[in-house]
Design a protein around this ligand. Structure first.
Ligand code: B12
Ligand code: SF4
Ligand code: SF4
Length: 233
């Protein structure tokens, strides 16, 4: 089952990105970002860029587009994202100066940026949740650019976890890793067991009822959890 795409806005400057499944975008004026965020960015003080573009995906459309393009190379999602974002900039803002911060060598707090965009709330299993999308979104690119896009107004949204009856996900974790705060060690040692039910999924995440229509396909979930298992080895 394919998740529905988020509502498309006619005439959006992001139409090309939306069509490729890179369907979450936030624009910040660099100078308006909090000092701690600015300090973590590779900003050239002599020639700072004007804006920071945060680009993410919601639901399964990115996965479909990726499959159509062919999952090639060691980091196919990063490669696809870079290609699509560069093409979108060339089409909509020809010649604009820009650089990719993510994917890239600089460690940048993506969930912190998501918080500023109104996308992120902390969940018991640490993947950010949004009141409408649940946890079925992720960050795909951070770009510094001399664009003149309208900055995205912050849409304050409540955390779905604050009003979740019984905090369903907590009881679904077979490792008890969500009891009293996230215990990464307990989670990983369970995931690495030979018959672990979480080798290629997170049962807690799957149990969250919020944003069920955006849930990734089983193949997508399996791919990503396989990647994170490899990373933890
Ligand atoms: C390192 C990392 C991991 C490590 C975590 C180890 C650790 N605690 O050090 C590992 C490899 C285990 C991991 C796993 C996953 N991760 Co991860 N991870 C990251 C990464 C690259 C950096 C996080 C970090 O260290 N930040 C720096 C420290 C200083 O920040 P912090 O304030 O202490 O921590 C913040 C967050 O990082 C988060 N956090 C802290 N500890 C952990 C532990 C886990 C497991 C997660 C998910 C988040 C998290 O909470 C803070 C809230 O702001 C971010 C991307 C990024 N650049 O931000 C993705 C990121 C947090 N991961 C993400 C995802 C999706 C996952 C996985 C679900 C992937 C998958 N499908 O398997 C799994 C989680 C499953 C699980 N239960 O194991 C997404 C979350 C998207 C969202 N909606 O919020 C991010 C934002 C990447 C992205 N491109 O979108 N991850
Ligand atoms: S199940 Fe409830 S507590 Fe858990 S992430 Fe979803 S909304 Fe939050
Ligand atoms: S991956 Fe499994 S063990 Fe880890 S938090 Fe999710 S449900 Fe718990």
């Amino acid at each position: 089952m394919t998740a529905n795409p988020p509502p498309a806005h006619a005439g959006s400057p992001f139409a090309d990105l939306n069509a490729q499944g890179l369907n979450l975008q936030a624009v910040f004026n660099l100078a308006d970002l909090p000092a701690d965020v600015q300090a973590a960015l590779p900003v050239d003080a002599a020639a700072p860029y004007r804006q920071l573009l945060l680009i993410g995906h919601l639901g399964g459309l990115l996965w479909q587009q990726l499959a159509l393009a062919g999952m090639e190379g060691e980091h196919p999602i990063d490669a696809f994202t870079r290609t699509q974002v560069a093409a979108w900039l060339a089409h909509t803002q020809p010649g604009v100066r820009h650089c990719f911060v993510y994917p890239g060598p600089t460690a940048v707090g993506l969930q912190r940026l998501g918080q500023l965009a109104g996308w992120h709330h902390a969940s018991p299993f640490m993947v950010g949740v949004h009141v409408a999308w649940g946890s079925w979104f992720a960050y795909r690119a951070v770009v510094l650019a001399d664009t003149t896009l309208a900055p995205t107004p912050l849409v304050e949204s409540p955390s779905p976890c604050d009003t979740c009856p019984g905090r369903i996900c907590v009881g679904q974790c077979p490792a008890g890793a969500l009891d009293g705060g996230f215990n990464l060690k307990a989670c990983l040692s369970y995931r690495h067991q030979p018959n672990s039910a979480c080798r290629d999924r997170c049962l807690a995440r799957n149990s969250c009822p919020v944003g069920a229509e955006y849930r990734y396909s089983d193949a997508q979930i399996s791919y990503h959890y396989g990647q994170s298992m490899a990373a933890t080895r």
